[in-house]
Write a protein that binds this ligand. Structure first.
Ligand code: GLA
Length: 391
């Protein structure tokens, strides 16, 4: 049985009728521009064919009741319980429920009409793997509440509200990339977003190139604070560089030249973090024309450089991600391989010649398992459309 049929069955068992609607919102993989979205940089993600699905119907109850199949748990909340992050019975919301509850919180702040819902949801995006399972939950519930409230917000606006929910309600200081990719994805296309102007365009990969995602199965939690520390280091760098460059607003405004002249005033750690960002923004600028002209060889080289920078300067890799990237880069048909997403575990993204992709995936799995003892999951993925109502 596929995930959607399974959800409908669980919904019927729980609520006694067929769900009125089903929404879907994808995860994402990022090809280049890592840890630059919150520095006003450029990112090149794609929505993927793994997604979160929500089966839902309106209810007259004051509370919305949500069943999370992946956690085998249920939670309920209403506009009255949202500010205290509690449920109908005053117990605290479980962590997974903070994401849909956070979405409701932002929509209430916008004064949008909200109807309560009964919902069952599940995802085939591995959690904590760097593929934006959280953003996909937010974007799926955004579609659900939009459907019931009979209003329509443009996809970018939904993405921004999802980011606000995660920043202000869940407490993770993420940038806009994940919600953007989940909301705005375009089938078979890479998205190119300027995180300052929020202008974006798409570019397709050559037909003979596949995106392969390799999951190390190592999990570290994003909310653990390391992510927020990286972001704080970038802010510290801007504060200090401003003494000489008063017009800068973000690391995006610092050229490589300026950085090498002025970086001596930063502490060793802040200097490493900021250098990654300045160079990665430069790499993503170079990547754009390469992608447009189909120069995947050089695009892949930038991906490999990005991994080294994330490992040595930004320090968000881990031994298993390094093994996965190293083996991939040594295999036939691989243009580039690097960790994707926030890091600290999770997945690598690989660009691979399509006709060698199956062989590549097998050799990578075997090599990784024999070196680390962990059995990886490898997906040959397709870029998919953004969040949508299926029914
Ligand atoms: C997480 C965040 C994004 C982005 C990436 C790193 O996925 O949610 O906003 O910062 O990490 O590029």
């Amino acid at each position: 049985m596929n995930l959607i049929d399974q959800l409908a069955v669980t919904y019927r068992e729980k609520f006694g009728h067929t769900p009125a609607h089903i929404a879907r919102a994808p995860g994402r993989v990022n090809l280049l521009g890592e840890h630059v979205d919150y520095n006003d940089g450029f990112v090149l993600p794609a929505a993927i064919d793994h997604a979160t699905y929500v089966a839902f119907s309106p209810t007259n109850a004051r509370h919305s009741t949500l069943v999370a199949v992946d956690f085998n748990q249920q939670a309920s909340f209403s506009p009255e319980t949202i500010p205290s992050k509690t449920q109908a019975d005053s117990s605290p919301l479980p962590e997974w429920a903070l994401y849909p509850a956070g979405v409701l919180w932002t929509l209430l702040e916008e004064n949008l009409p909200i109807l309560s819902m009964n919902a069952v949801y599940a995802s085939n995006i591995p959690r904590g793997s760097g593929l934006s399972s959280s953003a996909s939950v937010e974007m799926a519930f955004m579609i659900a509440w939009q459907t019931l409230g009979r209003w329509t917000l443009p996809p970018m606006r939904r993405a921004l509200l999802g980011q606000k929910a995660e920043n202000k309600y869940v407490g993770v200081n993420c940038g806009i990339m994940d919600q953007f990719a989940s909301a705005c994805g375009v089938e078979d296309n890479i998205l190119l977003l300027d995180c300052r102007s929020l202008e974006w365009e798409t570019a397709s990969l050559p037909k003979d190139v596949a995106i392969v995602i390799a999951d190390t199965t190592i999990r570290r939690k994003l909310t653990s604070g390391e992510y927020n520390k990286r972001r704080a280091a970038c802010e510290e760098a801007v504060r200090l560089l401003k003494e000489d460059l008063p017009d800068i607003k973000a690391l995006r405004d610092v050229s490589m030249d300026e950085f090498s002249h002025l970086s001596a005033k930063l502490s060793k750690k802040v200097k490493k973090r900021a250098r990654h960002v300045v160079e990665e923004i430069e790499r993503s600028k170079q990547a754009l024309p390469l992608l447009k002209t189909g120069d995947i060889q050089n695009f892949g080289r930038l991906m490999n450089e990005c991994h080294i920078s994330l490992r040595d300067l930004y320090e968000v890799s881990c031994p298993e991600l390094d093994v996965m990237a190293r083996i991939a880069q040594s295999l036939d048909g691989c243009y580039g391989a690097r960790l994707t997403g926030a890091g600290f575990g999770g997945c690598t993204v690989n660009l691979v010649a399509l006709e060698q992709a199956e062989q590549f995936a097998q050799a990578l799995a075997t090599g990784y398992e024999s070196e680390t003892g962990f059995h990886p999951e490898i997906y040959i993925t397709r870029a998919s459309n953004g969040a949508e109502l299926l029914k």
